[in-house]
Design a protein around this ligand. Structure first.
Ligand code: B12
Ligand code: SF4
Length: 460
């Protein structure tokens, strides 16, 4: 039998986030969709952002749903709350729940500020299934992992245990998404692990999954990728926090790709302290051509303060090693970290130039809920200067450091991009490596930004 469930990726709120051109499938919802469907429910996923749907159009699409789930990040938070209210106003008997990182850490506020029935905290599959199964009977009070209303009170039920074996979860239901609308074409993301054991103070990743790291088996990841290649995808991005953390699994995945002669190009994420020459060589042999690393700062004292867990020497060594393997490397840096002054930011930009990744991403420090930075902002001598979540996009300064105002940070942000990309040595290499097309994107955005106050990036 089952009930009708609609899962919504809401449109971005106001602010400049649209200029970021984020055009990736919401895989979290696709995972929920697959899981609910496997257990007999009827699911539709509505990506209101990529389909540019108005609230009226969204309301039409959820008309027959018994249960509506809305995902949230900071930039979609206000539209998620507004939608929850609209849906409840039009039909109060429809159950509406919120999920995703922003709602997980602002669960009480979500229920104070909207008419939603509940918030699903953290990993959603098993909890949402229980919510769906309970929707017919009416009461959600026994469901672990949710925050809900009890009369006038808001009650946080105990956390739910994480799913022990990620291989048991079906592959994300991409068939429920308008896949042709995402960019780049014939390319998609895969999530081969969940969580991160590190504790960087600016990152919510480790807290979404209770500071644990769980990975799918190499066979299970290979099966998904093989299915995608058979469907016509020729490029895959491993969106994990750190794909190469589990080296044995990464080697096994490479073996499977080779044994099955699977032809596709792919890229993945890592930490500079996980760089291993044998692994780098092996992954390169089986089509991996891009690696993403978070570097953040050129100051060892800052790296220690933000609990990054590695030193600048390790950064420099890792990029020395990487140069021999012909990967397109991306390094991500942060501007406006605790203690940053002009000199420290200049040093960070210089480190970017010194280690010479193929692409550098700069973001302004943004304290998201669920991070140590957000919870203890005063301890880090930062001041939040904006309270509009839709502006929390990593591109617009929303904090000031003791030494740098938001205007200073904005100037440094632009300087970082221009300083890194608009250099003869960089451009010569980009031309030689046929990367100029990719480089023009960020530079063009930076020029747009100079006049509009926004810029495109994402630090996974
Ligand atoms: C990959 C990734 C992306 C990809 C998107 C990938 C995708 N396909 O969804 C891209 C590059 C597009 C992206 C963009 C952004 N991202 Co991002 N991203 C991530 C990352 C590294 C992994 C996300 C992921 O796929 N996890 C695996 C899936 C299975 O989990 P999930 O999506 O969280 O969904 C599960 C649960 O959250 C829950 N759930 C989610 N939604 C819902 C809804 C309901 C109803 C229910 C019941 C449950 C539920 O159930 C799902 C299944 O278990 C996370 C960090 C992390 N490890 O979580 C950051 C993260 C989610 N991103 C973050 C940010 C800030 C952004 C951007 C704002 C950055 C920017 N300026 O570009 C944008 C916003 C995008 C948006 N649509 O709103 C922050 C969010 C913090 C916050 N409070 O907003 C995170 C946590 C990283 C961080 N900085 O700490 N991101
Ligand atoms: S920044 Fe990277 S290493 Fe640090 S906690 Fe987040 S995902 Fe883990």
């Amino acid at each position: 039998m089952g009930i009708e469930v609609a899962l919504i990726h809401p449109p971005f709120g106001k602010g400049d986030v649209r200029k970021l051109n984020i055009c990736s499938p919401p895989l979290g919802l696709a995972y929920l969709g697959a899981f609910l469907r496997e257990h007999g429910h009827h699911v539709a996923i509505i990506d209101a952002e990529v389909e540019r749907l108005s609230n009226t159009q969204i309301m039409e699409r959820v008309q027959t749903a018994d249960l509506v789930g809305i995902t949230t990040t900071a930039p979609t938070y206000s539209s998620a709350l507004a939608l929850a209210n609209l849906i409840k106003q039009s039909n109060n008997s429809k159950k509406v729940v919120l999920g995703g990182p922003q709602a997980t850490f602002l669960d009480r506020e979500c229920l104070e500020k909207s008419a939603a029935d509940a918030v699903v905290r953290g990993e959603g599959e098993a909890t949402m299934l229980e919510v769906a199964d309970s929707t017919e009977s009416g009461s959600l009070h026994h469901v672990e992992g949710i925050t809900l209303r009890d009369g006038d009170a808001i009650v946080r039920n105990p956390d739910r245990k994480l799913i022990a074996d990620l291989d048991e979860i079906p592959f994300p239901a991409r068939d429920l998404l308008p896949m042709a609308k995402y960019l780049p074409p014939k390319s998609t993301g895969v999530i081969s692990s969940r969580g991160c054991p590190f504790k960087c103070i600016f990152c919510a990743s480790s807290n979404v999954y209770h500071k644990t790291f769980r990975s799918r088996s190499a066979d299970n990841v290979f099966d998904e990728v093989a299915q995608l290649v058979a469907q016509g995808y020729d490029n895959v991005t491993m969106l994990d926090d750190n794909f190469i953390l589990n080296k044995e699994r990464a080697f096994k995945f490479a073996d499977l790709v080779e044994e099955n002669n699977l032809k596709f190009s792919w890229s993945c994420t890592g930490r500079v302290d996980s760089v291993d020459e044998d692994l780098l060589g092996r992954l390169r042999e089986v089509g991996c051509n891009g690696l993403f690393f978070g570097v953040e700062s050129a100051s060892d004292a800052t790296l220690k303060l933000i609990k990054k867990g590695f030193s600048t020497d390790q950064v420099i060594n890792a990029f020395d090693v990487l140069r021999d393997y012909d990967y397109a490397t991306t390094a991500s840096f942060m501007i406006g970290l605790p203690g940053d002054d002009g000199q420290k930011v200049a040093d960070t930009i210089n480190l970017a130039k010194q280690v010479m990744p193929d692409f550098a991403m700069f973001s302004v420090t943004t304290p998201y809920p669920g991070t140590e930075l957000y919870d203890n902002i005063d301890n880090y001598d930062l001041e939040i200067t904006l309270d509009d979540w839709s502006e929390f996009t990593l591109t617009k300064p929303v904090v000031r450091t003791r030494a740098l105002s938001t205007a200073d940070l904005h100037r440094w942000f632009l300087k970082a991009y221009f300083g890194f990309y608009v250099r003869a040595s960089y451009l010569r290499r980009a031309i030689a490596k046929k990367q100029l097309g990719f480089v023009l994107g960020p530079v063009q955005h930076a020029i747009v930004d100079k006049f509009s106050g926004a810029f495109s990036r994402h630090s996974l």
